[in-house]
Ligand binder design. Structure first.
Ligand code: IMP
Length: 503
């Protein structure tokens, strides 16, 4: 006979946190939100930590190049989606890696007989306004000059004129030589009051560019996470079907963190794929898996596949219809607490701490905070990030309001059959996700800043200056329907809701 678990499946909004003693030093500015993404042995440091406990889901409508750059610069990460060709995904990883190398390979290059119209077209395509002019128009050609958008007026000048008439010629270009350190390059930029410094080899061929704005960016984003070559950390979704081709390509492109993107990770397919990756790359990559909803699933993946972190959640995602379609899943709070309890037992027994990621179904800042209090080391979100300016979808106006499209990886639109099929047929037989729209919240920086401020404030209320203490100290209570109602406003006309304004 089937086994029935005693407790019902519970979700985050059934719980509240009780305050703990707030000490005088428990101030928002003293709170650290650092969190591990890689398993570590008691007493040692994790191989990789995030500075904010939020990651963006491996989804077409969420994690592209722009999101990855924005999040890595803020101290977290976006998992570039794997429901695209290996080459396309690797190209995205390369773009993120190139973004912040200090020494950047130019992607907007001209040759002397190109016209201003060519320059405008290239600039529109790449979004960059500094264009080296080389003898062959490549980013490794002999440097003949530099053209920037300050050198001409797009709507006044004759766009059929050759750029050679407008560029700053090589003789007047301040440059650095190959072998210069980034610090020395920045000193030259400062000394000569320049925005961009081309780096040339001994024969005058272009090697790379160094930009003042990258230096400024770095100083403005002290939380950014960089690899050993000072490039932004990148993360990628992978699957259990083509990992033998995909993972090597992504490693070559520079990916640092991988996570199996699977609706059900409690499988021998995932174990085998993880072992293959570990055998080939050892600890050089951070490797996460899932999704699971039980301590049993967690232990299987950690013991048999040696994963660095485990994602929790089936059926709770905002676009997810898995529970309706297949009757499988679990309330996210119950799933998370079951896995966290097993993680803690595993830690006590082996000394290995394995970070847990709560994935999907986080509908508000409160729920994010509760997930972290219940033991998640970080949370993965789709809808939250899909709503920001940096998600890869276009803005759409519906009835006078601005939205962005958001669809599940199991929808017909994404056709990510690898996420749902364990090992057999290569097609999507029925949908497990929907296709829709979400309202726009604004820039991901502002959105995350607000969530982080709320989290820090709650951590202070809980007397916890670190996320580890927050997890250990948290005292939660279940709430009744009546106390849930009590938590809202009562008998007051709110001025901030649309209905009261319209009324
Ligand atoms: P959200 O943050 O509630 O929008 O949930 C995002 C999470 O839902 C992702 O990280 C995935 O784990 C999961 N997910 C993505 N696409 C689908 C789908 O089509 N069906 C079910 N779950 C999905």
């Amino acid at each position: 006979m089937a086994k029935i678990i005693e407790d019902v499946s519970r979700t985050f909004s059934e719980y509240l946190l009780l305050p703990r003693l707030t000490g005088k030093g428990h101030l928002s500015r003293n709170v650290s939100m650092q969190t591990p993404v890689a398993r570590y042995n008691a007493g040692e440091q994790p191989r990789l930590t995030l500075n904010l406990p939020f990651v963006a889901a491996s989804m077409q409508a969420v994690s592209g190049v722009e999101m990855s750059i924005a999040l890595a610069r803020m101290g977290c990460a976006a998992f570039i989606y794997c429901s695209q060709s290996i080459d396309q995904q690797a190209a995205m990883i390369r773009k993120v890696k190139a973004h912040k190398a200090g020494f950047v390979e130019s992607d907007s290059n001209l040759k002397p007989d190109d016209t201003l119209a060519d320059a405008v077209a290239i600039s529109r395509q790449t979004g960059h306004s500094t264009m080296p002019v080389t003898h062959d128009g490549s980013n490794k050609g002999k440097l003949l000059g530099i053209l920037t958008d300050k050198d001409f007026w797009e709507f006044e000048d004759d766009l059929s004129a050759p750029i050679a008439e407008f560029m700053t010629p090589r003789a007047q270009v301040v440059h650095g030589s190959v072998g210069l350190s980034l610090h020395e390059a920045n000193l030259l930029l400062r000394k000569h009051k320049k925005e961009c410094l081309p780096i040339l080899d001994g024969e005058g061929y272009l090697h790379s560019l160094v930009f003042k704005k990258d230096y400024v960016d770095h100083r403005k984003n002290p939380n950014e996470i960089l690899d050993s070559r000072k490039r932004l950390i990148t993360a990628a979704g992978i699957n259990t079907h083509d990992f033998q081709d995909r993972v090597p390509s992504l490693v070559d492109a520079g990916a640092d963190i991988f996570a199996f993107d699977s609706s059900d990770g409690y499988s021998e397919f995932q174990k085998d794929a993880a072992l293959w990756i570990r055998e080939k790359y050892g600890d050089r990559v951070v490797l996460g898996g899932g999704n699971v909803v039980s301590g049993e699933g967690f232990r299987y993946l950690v013991e048999s596949a040696g994963l660095d972190f485990v994602k929790v959640g089936i059926g709770g995602g905002s676009i997810c219809i898995t529970r309706e379609q297949k009757g499988i899943g679990r309330g996210q709070a119950s799933a998370l607490m079951d896995v966290v309890a097993e993680r803690n037992r595993y830690f006590e027994k082996t000394g290995w701490y394995v970070p847990v990621c709560s994935d999907g179904g986080l509908a508000s800042d409160t729920q994010i905070i509760l997930a972290l209090a219940m033991g998640a080391d970080f949370v993965m979100m789709g809808r939250y990030f899909a709503m920001t300016d940096e998600s890869p979808t276009p803005r759409v106006s519906i009835s006078g309001r601005m939205y962005k499209p958001y669809w599940g990886e199991g929808s017909n639109r994404a056709r990510n059959w690898q996420r749902y099929s364990s090992g057999d047929e290569a097609n999507l037989k029925f949908e497990e996700g929907i296709d829709g729209y979400v309202p726009i919240t604004g820039s991901v920086k502002d959105t995350l800043w607000l969530t982080a401020e709320k989290l820090k404030s709650t951590m202070c209320n809980s007397g916890a200056p670190t996320l580890a203490e927050f997890r250990d100290n948290a005292v939660l209570t279940r709430i009744s329907q009546q106390s849930f109602v009590e938590g809202g406003t009562s008998n007051v006309v709110r001025l901030d809701t649309e209905s009261s304004i319209v009324d």
